[in-house]
Design a protein around this ligand. Sequence first.
Ligand code: ADP
Length: 163
Amino acid sequence: MGDITKQNVDAIVNAANTTLLGGGGVDGAIHTAAGPELLKECEKLGGCSTGKAKITKGFNLPAKWVIHTVGPVWSGGQYNEKFVLTSCYQNCLKLAEEYQIKTLAFPSISTGAYRFPITEASEIALREIKKHLDQKSSQIEKVLIVCFDEKTYLHYLAQLGHV
Ligand code: ADP
């Protein structure tokens, strides 16, 4: 449980929106902590499609990099939401490998303003991270999932079989 902007890792993941120009929730917190240079770099990226990921520097954050991904808005489950959330985790992990990132922190993508059910979202997150780290070719040493509230934290623990 904690604030992702305070994590001493090589990269943190931002649950952004398609404009990449900042928003509320974790996106707002990351832009505030990183400083205005982050927005300037984001403006050059031309947005990001849902399910994809793009990387910037971390500026004033302890993390060297920010990987911006756009989670799906939950619209009842019939609109490929699970597939798209899976792609978010996969594309972030792929980008992390390309930049030789060893330690990485994720927020709980899509489970805030985008209303993705936490049980399904935590299952996807943990499954995709484990699957990736199980690959022999992976250079990533540590992945954190940083939960901002206790309810979210307890769901991830339950999904891990720890409660
Ligand atoms: P989305 O639009 O993808 O749902 P939100 O930012 O609304 O993104 O919420 C995603 C998750 O990030 C929520 O669980 C929210 O509580 C959490 N969150 C908000 N601020 C922070 C923060 N500073 N560090 C980590 N997680 C955060």
